[in-house]
Write a protein that binds this ligand. Structure first.
Ligand code: ZN
Length: 174
């Protein structure tokens, strides 16, 4: 693993804690949850529909993609995290993630699919899928999102091609 920065890096001290924390998107007092609006009415939205969806989940395109195959999965309903997903949604999470992982791996030349749940930006449940390119050893583990943030944006047609393949694989893998 290698940080995508040259040495020497200077270690920072932790900042003073900010309590209470500022509200996140979709949290009481925070910005409105636009994801809820889109998921409720994507047929009539100016934005593209999800790559794939069912009653509980929607697989979504990312913007500014540097590694084709990066996608994110959102719950259709506004739930914050695993701890408050309705039982039916929580029970379908594992099988849905497995299907998405298979679909991304089928793109080829991918060593592993990372799954990230941060939750610090929006209070609407979503997880990120990052394919770690085969042989890109410097981007193992937590280095992948750092590298993905710094790499040049991938050609739009490559991103769209990967997304179309993921959508087709999911549609075929019920
Ligand atoms: Zn929401």
């Amino acid at each position: 693993m290698t940080l995508p920065y040259a040495e020497p890096l200077v270690r920072l001290e932790p900042q003073p804690r900010v309590i209470p924390e500022p509200p996140r998107v979709g949290e009481p007092g925070g910005p409105h949850c636009g994801l809820c609006d889109w998921l409720a009415d994507f047929e009539n939205s100016e934005h593209e529909p999800p790559l794939w969806y069912d009653d509980d989940w929607a697989l979504c395109r990312a913007t500014g993609v540097t590694i084709p195959g990066v996608v994110w999965l959102a719950s259709r309903g506004h739930h914050d995290s695993f701890s408050d997903l309705p039982d039916k949604v929580a029970q379908s999470y594992g099988p849905v993630v497995a299907r998405i992982e298979r679909a991304i791996l089928a793109l080829g030349d991918i060593a592993r699919v990372h799954v990230y749940r941060w939750g610090d930006g929006s209070a609407h449940f979503h997880v990120w899928f990052f394919p770690r390119p085969l042989g890109m050893l410097e981007a193992r583990r937590e280095m992948l999102p750092l590298w993905a943030d710094l790499l040049p944006e991938a050609p739009k047609e490559d991103v769209a091609d990967a997304e179309a393949k993921i959508a087709a694989a999911l549609a075929a893998d019920n």
